[in-house]
Design a protein around this ligand. Structure first.
Ligand code: FES
Length: 125
């Protein structure tokens, strides 16, 4: 059965619920396991990733739901300070430099933001 039939997209937020530069955590069933993810409102768009660093598989928020640097420019990992681009999930500084966070695909349906199934080994060329 295709993933879309076993794991339909789920609403994780409403448009306007998260201010620019803010984030929101949500749970998503990924391969049958409840997995913590987060949504980020950055540069006028929404992006979402599994809350798991590309270096060591640990959560990244340094305080609950605090993912961004003070200037809102990067997603920061609390453990070793790696910085990731909010719009691509690529690490541009720190131990996992060049690696990516696992992206959660989003779609907008009316005023709802829907999360689909993450793509663990998505090609990044
Ligand atoms: S666990 Fe995130 S940089 Fe090491």
């Amino acid at each position: 059965m295709p993933p879309s039939e076993t794991s339909p997209s789920v609403a994780v937020a409403r448009l306007g619920e998260i201010e620019p530069g803010e984030t929101k955590k949500f749970m998503l069933s990924v391969e049958g396991r409840e997995t913590e993810c987060f949504l980020v409102h950055y540069a006028g768009q929404y992006f979402a990733y599994i809350n798991r660093c590309a270096h060591v598989p640990m959560t990244m928020d340094w305080i609950d739901n605090q993912f961004l640097t003070e200037d809102g420019r990067y997603i920061l990992c609390a453990t070793h300070g790696a910085a990731f681009e909010p719009n691509t999930g690529e690490c541009i500084f720190g131990p996992p430099c060049g690696k990516f966070l696992v992206r959660v695909p989003l779609t907008i349906d009316g005023d709802r933001i829907l999360a689909g199934q993450p793509i663990e080994n998505e090609a990044r060329d």
